[in-house]
Structures are given as C-alpha cells and as structure tokens.
Design a binder for this molecule. Structure first.
Ligand code: GLP
Length: 242
C-alpha cells in the first residue's frame, strides 16, 4: 500500500479512500485471511497520513466485517465462511459448527397469504395462509445475510414459534426439511439492503433461493436470501459421471 494508491482511489474523505485501498489489497489476495495488518502507527508513518485517519478506516473495516480486532494482538483479515453446497443445514447449525454465535435481527414476523410466486414455489393455491419471516442473520454480531422465508401456515401455526432457528421450530412439529433445491446467482446490494447489512451500496451479494421439502416431497420452505459476497465461499465436491 502506497500513498499514491490512496490518492488514486475514488473521491471522498481520505479515510474512506484508505478503506477502499485496504479492501483492494485483500481482494487481490496480497493480504489473506488471518494476516495481520501493520499497526496504526506504522501505517500512518508509511503513508504520511494521520493516525486518526488510519484508525477511522480500520474501524469502518471492522464494522463492515472485513477486519477483526483481537485484543492485545492487533488487527487481522477476517475469516470467510466456507459453506458446503451438498449438505442441507440451517444457518444456526452452520454457525455453531464454526464456533460462532448465530443471531437474528427480526425485520418481519407475520402471517399472510401466499403471493402467486410463493404459491408456485410452495405448491399451494394462491392466497393460502403462510408465515413470513424476514431477518438479518448474524454471526458473532457480524451481519452475514438477509433472509426472507415463507412457510405454509399448516407447518408452522404461528410465526411466534420461531425464536431463533426456523429449522428448530419446524422440527418441533416433525416438519424439518429433508431435501432442498437451491439456486444461486450474483447480485448487488441495493441501497436499502446494503444499509441493513452495513456494507457499501452496490457491493457484491450472492442471492440464494432455497425450496426445501419433507421426505414425502411436500414443499415446506421458500427462502430468498442475500449473502455477503465478501464473506462467503460456497464449496462443492464434484465427480465425473459414472
Ligand atoms: C439457511 C438457508 C435458509 C434456511 C435457514 C434455516 O440460512 N439459506 O433457507 O431457512 O438456513 O436456518 P435457521 O434454522 O437457523 O433459521
């Protein structure tokens, strides 16, 4: 990272440009997961800028989830989550497996009627009662994804049943999904979703749509999620045809 790199990056206050420059260094793989960043003082000296500016950029990057501060040890590139595509698991399980604390910030928890799109996805007649759950999913307080789940009311009588985990709530009624179809595609966070996730407007998102089914093939869930493109790697194992 050189002073020149920061001058050439975009507009806006210096700390924002330094923030962008540090992110670029990480995106280019020059700084990798768990690598330590130089100390505030070293970086400020090297770039000929104030420590306050460096501190502000670092703080913004910690808030964004790009860096983590470890007490007494310094600042490091935050780990990305690696998620297998072949196993049907819940967000809660995924985070617990990684030793992280799953959390949710509720945006919507209501009963409603299936829209034509939802009805089609869930194999219901339009207008059938459904439970709608919209929440920000967090791991160790860091925002990870925005999820919007729709479940037929027949399987989840009240949205209040879901305290934390949707799959745990479904399991209580013996309706935990056993199979799922998933579609992934690249999108960009728009202003509103970016704000909820605390990432810059227009940053990369991975849109994931999941339809999950009971063992007998009945659809139980239609979920549309936006995962942070800067925090997730999706991994799949592949084999040649037999
Ligand atoms: C993942 C899936 C969702 C699913 C959720 C259940 O996030 N993308 O489709 O609804 O897991 O997780 P939990 O049981 O923690 O609510």
């Amino acid at each position: 990272l050189r002073a020149r790199d920061i001058e050439n990056i975009g507009h806006g206050p210096l700390y924002r440009r330094l923030q962008t420059a540090i992110k670029a260094v990480i995106d280019d793989g020059i700084l990798k997961v768990d690598d330590a960043l130089p100390s505030e003082r070293d970086l400020a000296n090297e770039l000929g800028i104030s420590r306050v500016t460096v501190r502000n950029s670092m703080r913004a990057l910690v808030e964004e989830g790009v860096l983590v501060q470890r007490h007494g040890a310094g600042t490091f590139v935050a780990p990305r989550v690696e998620q297998a595509l072949s196993r049907l698991t819940s967000f809660t399980e995924d985070m617990i497996t990684r030793g992280m604390n799953p959390g949710a910030v509720w945006i919507e928890k209501t009963l409603g009627h299936a829209s034509p799109e939802e009805a089609m996805a869930l194999n219901l007649s339009p207008g059938t009662e459904v439970t709608r759950l919209r929440r920000l999913r967090t791991a160790n307080e860091k925002p990870m994804a925005l999820e919007y789940a729709v479940v037929p009311r027949a399987f989840l009588p009240s949205p209040e049943e879901v305290e934390k985990s949707l799959y745990d709530a479904l399991a209580k009624y013996g309706k935990k999904p056993e199979r799922a179809l998933q579609r992934l595609r690249a999108e960009l966070f728009d202003g509103e979703t970016a704000k909820i996730l605390g990432v810059p407007d227009g940053s990369a998102a991975l849109y994931i749509e999941r339809r999950s089914f009971l063992a007998n093939g009945t659809p139980v869930e239609f979920t549309r999620s936006y995962y942070r493109g800067d925090s997730y790697d999706f991994i799949a194992e592949m084999q040649v045809d037999a």
